[in-house]
Design a binder for this molecule. Sequence first.
Ligand SMILES: Nc1ncnc2c1ncn2[C@@H]1O[C@H](COP(=O)(O)OP(=O)(O)O)[C@@H](O)[C@H]1O
Ligand SMILES: Cc1cn([C@H]2C[C@H](O)[C@@H](COP(=O)(O)O)O2)c(=O)[nH]c1=O
Length: 218
Amino acid sequence: MAELVFFTGTMDSGKSTLALQMDYNHRAGGRKGLLFTSHDRSGEAVITSRLGLSTPAIEVGPESSFWDEVVRRRTHAKEVDYLICDEAQFYRAGQIDELARVVDELGVDVYAFGIGTDFRARLFEGSARLVELADRVETLQVPTLCWCGRRATHNARTVEGQMVLTGEQIVVADVTGHAREEVAVGYETLCRRHYMAGRTAASARVMGEGEQLLPFGE
Ligand SMILES: Nc1ncnc2c1ncn2[C@@H]1O[C@H](COP(=O)(O)OP(=O)(O)O)[C@@H](O)[C@H]1O
Ligand SMILES: Cc1cn([C@H]2C[C@H](O)[C@@H](COP(=O)(O)O)O2)c(=O)[nH]c1=O
């Protein structure tokens, strides 16, 4: 039975790596798949992992149709057994509906990968629809850490190291290395309490040691 699975986690939690591993394993098993992405950090029409892997993919725009793409290929006698859909948070709700239809009516497995919430801690349109429709939602297993050592759960946007809450929802940029580089616009993964307090690694550095580290169990 084909399924729609949403793999989610913070930025830098290994989603694109897992996407490319899934593709590799399914291909090695003799299955035929299509890879999709949208606004990858490295440019258009490619899935890149920070571990150094990179594979061409079909760029998804607001008008892209997964249904048409799969039907067109099948009409030309091309097999399509599964879809790998990276950066799925950027897809439109209607495109996620199409992915569900591809699973249910064409028997194609769909593996979608993306962050859940934006820098304001609001669900992205694509992620919200995936949570509503997926057969399974799986959280990436290797946690990213907040500067305090807790599991990071939120994606903060930073400007010169300081957290910001205004701006466009989509701004393609990277996590700031070891949370020590204060590049102009970047992202930093934080635990909820430091996200809610707006406290990034850079802002914590200017505070006293005792104030920075909250005791465990607090
Ligand atoms: N130099 C490295 N050595 C070991 N692991 C690394 C290295 N660089 C990145 N990683 C791993 O890759 C993960 C990021 O993978 P990636 O697929 O790019 O994340 P995502 O797509 O979720 O943003 C990091 O959480 C880390 O586990
Ligand atoms: C939180 C947040 C992120 N983005 C962008 C930044 C990156 O280009 C991608 C996430 O990529 P990753 O592979 O998961 O690291 O999303 C954004 O545009 N808006 C946001 O609020």
